[in-house]
Design a protein around this ligand. Sequence first.
Ligand SMILES: [Zn+2]
Length: 315
Amino acid sequence: MKQYTHAWLAFKAIERLEKTVLTTENRKYADSLITWFKTNRDGVIKGAWYPDLVIKDMANSHVLKFIPADQGSNEFSNLPSNYRIYEAGKQSPLYKHFYSVDRHDNLPERCEALAHSVIDNLKMQESEEKGSPLSPTDNHVATILFMLSHYVADAHVPFHCDGRSFSSGCNLHGHVEGEWDDEIRKYYGIDSQTGRFYYNPEGYPLLTADNNYSSSFLKLVDDALDNREFKITWGNNNTNVHDFMYAICQFSYLLSYRFVPAGYDETNVTLNNWQNLPGQSPAFGDLSVMVFTDAIDSIARVWLRTWRRYVKWTQ
Ligand SMILES: [Zn+2]
């Protein structure tokens, strides 16, 4: 995903935590995270861009690539039951079929490590005297949280989990991500001096061009979130950030093969036929809603549970 998509999804995740219904206990954790974020968001939203602009570990850490195989594993993990990619992936002809995974890729491990790092830094901050050179700043911790949201979001991009090479040929991967970023920049105001979103009174990105917003897939993402329960679970049998992200990558792979059916790859998908491939389902608009809706809930879930682990440690 590109710059503004990452930033927008991160803000939407916080908004999701603010607006959704949670248990009394989880509401307490969510509110402390939201308050903390709103104080720390300005200087650090670029944390969401760091993995692409500074760290540049795209080849192996922003991806987990699966390819269909004749043997190996055919096990698929679970996701929260109301996930759109879960529902769609289970209808893929490749569901429960053998696959292999590129052993160089490590997106789920990257997410698990960053979640630990957030908690470690918060614990150090809590333990050190004020002014100690060992004490991490709030900005530092917030930057890591935004970096974490980047990798979580990337896992939802079908092409990041598909062993076919969609960055070559017509670069369908880049083209799709460009369409998404353009859509956000079309409707949300960005300050050209700072490169940041303008904020609405609630502190979220400001819709500046709202004529026609109702025809945008972004409005369908808002509606989808308004109409679905926020589930705190990682999905049955998943016990941590790693397991959850691994499951997301599996269903992104399945979704990729529904959008670009078997038999198509970088050699025969073009900028003319990519939205009309025989057997393609979902269509691009619906795929975009699935990817964005689930990505927002995933960032919200990973952040809230990471924050909750730290707060529980302090009690
Ligand atoms: Zn990335």
